[in-house]
Design a protein around this ligand. Structure first.
Ligand code: FES
Length: 100
């Protein structure tokens, strides 16, 4: 799996507010845009490895970004199997790589 993300944000439109929200990835602070999904925020920050498969521990990350593939599952505030592409960032949440 590549170490960097091909995810590129489109330029903001002048009418769009660009409030920032801070959350934690693996205990490290990460800044996102308000309204980002967890997956979008992680990819925009260059974080593409969000879980390991249960059987072979292969690296996985967000793929479809629409709730179909389940490759983006992460742990959010201790809750397992959260689809990162379907959950909007909230300030201060703790997001961790899922290892099961
Ligand atoms: S990226 Fe496919 S379900 Fe989230």
């Amino acid at each position: 799996m590549k170490a960097d993300s091909n995810f590129v944000r489109l330029n903001s439109q002048p009418h769009e507010a660009s409030s920032e929200v801070q959350f934690y990835w693996e205990e490290r602070p990460v800044t996102a845009r308000q309204g980002d999904t967890i997956a979008a925020a992680l990819l925009a920050s260059g974080i593409i490895h969000t879980r390991d498969t249960a059987v072979s521990a292969s690296s996985r990350g967000p793929f479809c970004m629409m709730g179909s593939c389940f490759e983006c599952r992460v742990e959010v505030n201790g809750e397992l199997n959260v689809q990162a592409c379907m959950r909007v960032i909230e300030p201060g949440i703790s997001v961790k790589r899922q290892r099961s």
